[in-house]
Design a protein around this ligand. Structure first.
Ligand code: TMP
Length: 212
C-alpha cells in the first residue's frame, strides 16, 4: 500500500504552531505536493461539533476524563474519515495537534491516568503515529502574552487555567520529546516566524528526499 507522510504540530498557547502548520501546507502545495491540513479537535463534521463543546461551551462542565473521551472521539473520526484515506492516497497530512495533546493536557497537566489515555488512544487511532512531530517550544510567559491569554473576551475552557498549568504543559511536552527523540523535532518558537518556517522546511525536505 502506498503511504504518504504524516506530520503533526504540537505546542502550548501562543506557540505559533497553527500558523506554521498552515505555512508548511501552503509551501508544499505550491511545490505541487498533495497536502491535507487538519486541526484537532475538529477536521470533520462530528469533530467540529465536539470542538464547540470542548472549547467554547462555558456552561457545560467537563471533567478531564470526559475531555479525554471527547477529544478521542473527534480523533477516531478524523483518523478514519480524513487521515487514513489521505495517507493511503500518498498525500502529506499535516495535523495541528494529535494524541500528544491529550497525553500532555489531560494526562500530565490535569492528572488523568496515562495508562487509561494510552488505551483510549489505541482505540481511537490504532497504531497510527506521526512520522515527525514538530514541538514549538517557548517560555510560558512569552506564549501567554502573545496569545492575549488574560483577556476575558477570549475565554475558552483551556486558556482559562492558571499559569502553572501552562508550565506543566511545557515541561510535559519537553519530556515527551526527550523520550522519543526520533519522532520529535523541538523548534525554538521564540524567534522570527520566517526562521522557524525555514527550520521546519529543512526537516520536511530531508524526509521527502528533496533538496532544502
Ligand atoms: P488550539 O486551537 O490552540 O490548538 O487549542 C486547542 C485547545 O485544546 C488547547 O488549549 C489545547 C486543548 N487540547 C487538549 O486539552 N487536549 C487535546 O487532546 C487537544 C487536541 C487539545
Amino acid at each position: 500500500m502506498k503511504r504518504g507522510l504524516f506530520l503533526s504540530f504540537e505546542g502550548g498557547e501562543g506557540s505559533g504552531k497553527s500558523l506554521q502548520a498552515r505555512g508548511l501546507a501552503d509551501a508544499l502545495t505550491e511545490r505541487g505536493r498533495d497536502v491535507v491540513l487538519t486541526r484537532e479537535p475538529g477536521g470533520t463534521a462530528a469533530g467540529e461539533r465536539i470542538r464547540d463543546i470542548l472549547l467554547h461551551a462555558r456552561e457545560i462542565p467537563l471533567s478531564p476524563e470526559a475531555q479525554v473521551l471527547l477529544f478521542s472521539s473527534a480523533r477516531a473520526q478524523l483518523v478514519r474519515e480524513v487521515i487514513h484515506p489521505a495517507l493511503e492516497a500518498g498525500k502529506i497530512v499535516i495535523a495541528d495537534r494529535f494524541f500528544d495533546s491529550t497525553v500532555v493536557y489531560q494526562g500530565h497537566a490535569h492528572g488523568v491516568s496515562l495508562q487509561a489515555i494510552r488505551e483510549v488512544t489505541a482505540l481511537a487511532v490504532g497504531t497510527l503515529v506521526p512520522d515527525r512531530t514538530f514541538l514549538l517550544d517557548l517560555p510560558v510567559e512569552v506564549g501567554l502574552a502573545r496569545s492575549g491569554w488574560a483577556a476575558e473576551a477570549r475565554w475558552d475552557r483551556f486558556e482559562a487555567d492558571a499559569t502553572d498549568f501552562h508550565v506543566r504543559v511545557r515541561d510535559a511536552y519537553l519530556r515527551l520529546a526527550a523520550a522519543e527523540p526520533r519522532r520529535f523535532v523541538v523548534i525554538a518558537a521564540d524567534r522570527d516566524e520566517a526562521v522557524i518556517a525555514k527550520d521546519i522546511r529543512r526537516e520536511v525536505d530531508a524526509l521527502l528526499g528533496a533538496p532544502a
